[in-house]
Ligand binder design. Structure first.
Ligand code: PLP
Length: 291
């Protein structure tokens, strides 16, 4: 399943009125709902689970987590069972949002925990209990980022991508995807990340995962923080979608493209730069935020 996906990703060059070239790598077309980058993050984790003889995947996330939906889908495709530990006990009683409905539809067993308990999810007590409740399971951390996820994300870039572009742009959540891109890119390339979250901690985090220096993460376009929006962002997304027929969502890719267009206007990129934009998808989250 995973290798097929990597080979079938289309590119779309944007007609823009500026002295740079912008090409979108449409990971969003891999699946109508599931974030394209998440398949790359899951690939080596699933292979590792399989190698260890485990056929149940456990992972963690909030009610709007694209990672939860993606894991549910990929697990079903792979023939694994899946369990999602979801932050917020109160959600159990409410009608599910699109993300949770999607996850359930793909066979994920949802296990709601209180916010206090969720905070303890990386402690050995919590993990021991989890192991007792769901024996023989393979545990993937919240957001899906670990060393095997980074290894998978290196495969987002093909050899042609390494040769044909100067700058690679991507949206950043936990930093797993950008770290893979940084590790995979050629020496003449740089990687520019657009953080969906406020703060400098992602720069520190990613610096721990890579020794390379040809990358930057900006939080200037996070619009106040994770899943926060402003009318000017929504306005931009609408006109972008109309002009290019490429759907965006407001948590990751909308903010990234807003940032790229703003930087182009400010002549941030040298003339003739060839920019490759990773459209990571996440379109199932498009409506659920505003629900
Ligand atoms: C999860 C996600 C990201 C962020 O990926 P990280 O590896 O967590 O940085 C970006 N875009 C979309 C659409 C996502 O779902």
């Amino acid at each position: 399943m995973f290798d097929q996906i990597a080979q079938s990703i289309p590119y779309q060059k944007l007609k823009i009125n500026a002295p740079v070239e912008v090409t979108i790598k449409r990971l969003d077309l891999v699946h109508p709902q599931i974030s394209g980058n998440k398949f790359f993050k899951l690939k080596y984790n699933f292979l590792e689970a399989q190698k260890s003889g485990l056929d149940k995947i456990i992972t963690f996330g909030g009610a709007y987590s694209n990672h939860i939906a993606a894991t549910a889908f990929a697990a079903q495709q792979f023939g694994f069972q899946s369990v999602g530990i979801i932050r917020g006990e109160e959600l159990k009683e409410k009608p599910f949002n699109t993300t949770l409905k999607t996850a359930e539809q793909f066979g994920m067993q949802l296990h709601f925990v209180s916010r206090e308990n969720y905070r303890l999810k990386d402690t050995s007590d919590f993990l021991d209990k989890l192991n007792a409740d769901y024996p023989a399971s393979y545990v993937i951390p919240e957001g899906g980022t670990n060393a095997l996820a980074i290894q998978g994300c290196k495969e987002i870039l093909t050899q042609e991508d390494q040769q044909n572009y100067d700058v690679i742009c991507c949206a950043v959540g936990t930093g797993g995807t950008i770290t893979g891109l940084i590790q995979a890119c050629a020496a003449h390339q740089s990687v520019l990340g657009f953080s969906a979250l406020k703060g400098d901690f992602l720069n520190k985090q990613v610096a721990e995962w890579t020794i390379q220096h040809n990358w930057t993460i900006l939080d200037d376009y996070c619009f106040g923080g994770y899943a926060k929006t402003q009318p000017v962002l929504i306005q931009f997304m609408k006109s972008f979608e109309q002009q290019y027929q490429i759907p965006l969502e407001q948590v990751y890719t909308g903010k990234m493209l807003f940032g790229i267009f703003d930087l182009i206007q400010k002549n941030y990129f040298p003339a003739k730069s060839k920019i490759l934009v990773i459209h990571s998808g996440g379109l199932q989250g498009r409506n659920s935020i505003t629900e």
